[in-house]
Ligand binder design. Structure first.
Ligand SMILES: Cc1cc2nc3c(=O)[nH]c(=O)nc-3n(C[C@H](O)[C@H](O)[C@H](O)COP(=O)(O)O)c2cc1C
Length: 366
């Protein structure tokens, strides 16, 4: 039955509807992971329960906050995601425009099909970050830095994890459609080609310091899944940490980001902002991540689902669902704003989780 898009009320509604819009191989690419089940990250949220307070004046809920000092209407940023041209030829223009209209952040993929310059001249853009890699040829990275600064980007989302080419078997990369920003340096399409734009696998923590030394813009390190890496990244100068397993796409088995978040917050939360992504499918999930210490969440696939169904309007509607549900959760939990100390008392755990998985460092705050 043909359904009207005005009937789509939840993120799950958008997922089901988008499935009908994608080519089957692309649907597999979006949903897929490196072996884990695509929804493992989302399922991990089920281990966290919210313990509401009964009485508080919730007549004035405030969802606004900042990401690296920039005001946002609520704490969400769109994840960097490549291959958006496979959904719509306007590609990154769509989520960037929706993010600007809804006053949240947007991160442009290192595998984008739009150049940074085209994005800022062809769209409405607000808070925006560039997903960057450290290439063997450091001048490629330096070129991206200079152009991002000139185009008015607000910082970088640095990918350090090794990319797993097997994670996108059905997708053909090409300079025109999947790495528009560095196509002047390489036309390689085969991963075996030495000029194929894979990140340098010999990077060390000192490369963060190098990146910081060539730019005044902040660097968010994406893909952290341990306190150890978070401490190293923060010591090397990272301005923020994005706890992420890249949507389960690069390596398996890995823990769900929501389970690692408290450990990372405990390790570096006093030094830099900590965000998380992976499986955030509702405002209640978003609230849970904030209660566990995240300053903001990043959201991936649901944005592509909104884009597939209704373009800019679909992404705006997905963002509205998150905000509405977050506001509802705040009202029900009697929480007015994001005060970290007060916040911790909202979280409780399922009995199984409580017994087996909560570290004492987290537990002592409850
Ligand atoms: C289709 C697709 C493409 C992606 N491309 C990138 C990318 O270019 N760079 C990157 O750092 N992460 C990439 N990711 C991972 C996301 O940035 C993010 O970590 C993940 O999607 C978050 O999980 P969620 O989809 O459950 O919200 C991609 C994810 C998807 C679904």
């Amino acid at each position: 039955m043909l359904i009207s898009y005005s009937d789509l009320e939840t993120i799950e509604d958008y997922r089901k509807e988008a499935k009908k819009c994608f080519e089957p191989s692309f649907e597999k690419y979006v949903a897929g992971g490196a072996g884990s089940q695509p929804d493992d990250n989302a399922k991990a949220f089920n281990n966290y329960l919210l313990r509401p307070y009964l009485v508080n004046d919730v007549s004035k809920i405030n969802t606004s906050t900042t990401i690296l000092g920039h005001a946002v209407d609520f704490p969400l940023c769109i994840c960097p995601m490549g291959m958006q041209y496979k959904i719509d030829k306007r590609a990154e223009h769509i989520p960037a425009t929706a993010a600007k209209r809804k006053r949240v952040g947007f991160a442009m993929s290192g595998w984008a099909s739009t150049t940074m310059e085209d994005l800022v001249t062809g769209s409405e853009t607000g808070l925006k970050f560039l997903n960057i890699y450290i290439y063997k040829k450091r001048d490629w990275t330096e070129n991206l830095v200079r152009r991002a600064e000139a185009a008015g980007f607000h910082g970088f989302v640095l990918g350090l994890a090794k990319l797993n080419p097997a994670a996108s078997p059905a997708i053909v990369h090409s300079p025109a459609t999947s790495y528009a920003n560095i196509k002047q340096f390489t036309q390689a399409v085969e991963p075996s080609d030495p000029d194929y734009p894979m990140p340098d696998v010999s990077v060390t923590w000192s490369d963060i310091a190098w990146l910081k030394s060539i730019t005044r813009l902040p660097v968010i390190v994406k893909g952290v899944l341990s306190a150890r890496d978070a401490i190293q990244a923060a010591s090397a100068g990272a301005d923020a940490i994005l706890v992420s397993n890249h949507g389960g796409r690069q390596f398996c088995p890995v823990p769900a980001p929501i389970d690692v978040l408290p450990e990372v917050v405990a390790a570096v939360g006093h030094q830099c902002e900590v965000y998380m992504d992976g499986g955030v499918r509702s405002g209640a999930n978003l609230f849970t991540a904030l209660a566990l210490g995240a300053k903001a969440v990043f959201v991936g696939r649901p944005i592509l689902w909104g884009m597939a169904c209704e373009g800019v309007q679909g992404v705006e509607k997905v963002l509205e669902i998150y905000k509405k549900d977050l506001t509802h959760t705040m009202i029900m939990a009697a929480n007015l704003s994001f005060n970290a100390v007060y916040f911790k008392s909202f979280i409780t755990f399922t009995p199984k989780f409580h017994l087996y998985r909560v570290s004492p460092a987290v537990y002592k705050h409850l």
